[in-house]
Design a protein around this ligand. Structure first.
Ligand code: PRP
Ligand code: URA
Length: 209
C-alpha cells in the first residue's frame, strides 16, 4: 500500500482554517489555495531522487546534489484543481501540465468526463494529480484511471481537504498511489459535501456562486 500523508504543519492548518470561513472572498480564497498547494507540494516531492554533480563555486570545486533527471507533470482535475497549479509550479517550474475535465453529476454524484489533454510523454513522468476536494473519491478515482489507461505508472494525488469515505475509496481503487492530504475532515453530508469542508471549491475559486 502506498503512503497516505496528512499534513500537520501549522502554516497549512492556519491557511486551511482561513479558506473554510464563509466570509473569505474569492481573491483571498484563490490566493490561499495556491499557497496551500505549494506547501503540500513541498511534502509530496520529498522522495524525488537526487544525484551527485561536480560543480565549481567561486571558491572551490565541490559536489552538490541535483534532482536526478526527473520528468514531472502536474495534472489538475478541472475546474477546482486549476487553483492548485500555480502553487505547484512555483516549486517545480519545469513540470509539464496536463488537464483532466470531470464534474460531479449533482443528481447521481458520479463523475462525468469531458476533457483529457496530457503531455505526450506523460507515461514517463512522475504525475502529480491535484484537486482541492476528495469527497466520495469518484472524481479522483476516475482521473487516475484515465492516467493509467494512458500508461502512467508513477502517480501521486494531492488534495486540500479529504473525507474518510473518499480516502477509503481511493485506497481501494488505487492502492499504488501516494496520497497527500491538507486536512482530514469528519464525514460527507447527505449531498456528498465534505463536513465541515469549505463548500464548493470550484465556485469559491472562480466566484461562480
Ligand atoms: C469537485 C471537486 C472534485 C469533486 C470531488 O468538483 O473539485 O473534483 O467535486 O468530489 P468527489 O470526490 O465526490 O468526486 P466539481 O464536480 O464540483 O466540479 P468543478 O471543479 O468543475 O466545480
Ligand atoms: N466538491 C466540493 O467542491 N466540495 C465538497 O465538499 C465536495 C465535493
Amino acid at each position: 500500500m502506498a503512503k497516505v500523508v496528512i499534513m500537520d504543519h501549522p502554516l497549512i492548518r492556519h491557511k486551511i482554517g482561513y479558506i473554510r470561513r464563509s466570509d473569505t472572498g474569492t481573491k483571498d480564497f484563490r490566493q490561499t489555495i495556491s499557497e496551500i498547494a505549494m506547501l503540500i507540494c513541498y511534502e509530496a516531492t520529498r522522495d524525488l531522487p537526487l544525484e551527485d554533480v561536480d560543480i565549481e563555486t567561486p571558491i572551490c570545486k565541490t559536489t552538490v546534489q541535483e534532482l536526478k533527471g526527473k520528468k514531472l507533470a502536474v495534472v489538475p482535475i478541472l475546474r477546482a484543481g486549476l487553483g492548485m497549479v500555480d502553487g505547484m509550479l512555483s516549486l517545480i517550474p519545469a513540470a509539464k501540465v496536463g488537464h483532466i475535465g470531470l464534474y460531479r453529476d449533482p443528481v447521481t454524484i458520479k463523475p462525468v468526463e469531458y476533457y483529457c489533454k496530457l503531455p505526450p510523454d506523460c507515461d514517463e513522468r512522475d504525475v502529480f494529480v491535484v484537486d482541492p476536494m476528495l469527497a466520495t473519491g469518484g472524481s479522483s478515482i476516475a482521473a487516475i484511471r484515465m492516467l493509467k489507461e494512458k500508461g502512467c505508472k508513477n502517480i501521486h494525488f494531492l488534495c486540500i481537504i479529504a473525507a474518510p469515505e473518499g480516502l477509503k475509496a481511493m485506497q481501494e481503487a488505487h492502492p499504488d498511489v501516494d496520497i497527500y492530504i491538507g486536512a482530514m475532515d469528519e464525514k460527507l453530508n447527505e449531498d456528498s459535501y465534505i463536513v465541515p469542508g469549505l463548500g464548493d471549491a470550484g465556485d469559491r475559486i472562480f466566484g461562480t456562486k
